[in-house]
Design a protein around this ligand. Structure first.
Ligand SMILES: [Zn+2]
Length: 107
């Protein structure tokens, strides 16, 4: 019984959720950082990309980590993000109004 528990915990690298995967390398030979996509089509979907992506690298290394979300999941997620943005905006405007009443200009 005990040995079964031990062997199941040592097998944690065999998880299939992508978290336990070993390091990836892009075509530059650099460790590929895990990034998250924020495009409208794939919000929150994780991928591996080139480490020098921001430096305008020609390396086109790209690999999705997560499976594509269903249209419904994307829709729910975008709705959630929009709600949060609207909440932040409305609290920002409240702060701005209070600030202006007190003679501060937040900009
Ligand atoms: Zn690269």
């Amino acid at each position: 019984m005990e040995s079964r528990i031990l062997s199941s915990s040592s097998n944690s690298s065999h998880r299939s959720d992508g978290e336990g995967e070993r390091e990836r390398f892009c075509y530059c030979g650099l460790p590929s950082p895990r990034r998250t996509s924020w495009t409208r089509m794939n919000p929150g979907r994780r991928f591996y990309g080139c480490a020098r992506y921001r430096e305008g690298s020609k390396c086109k290394y790209f690999k999705w980590i997560d499976a594509k979300f269903s249209d419904r999941a994307t829709e729910v997620y975008m709705d959630f993000v929009i709600r949060i943005i609207l909440q932040i905006k409305s609290s920002y405007f409240k702060i701005q109004i209070i600030g202006e009443r007190r003679g501060y200009f937040i900009r």
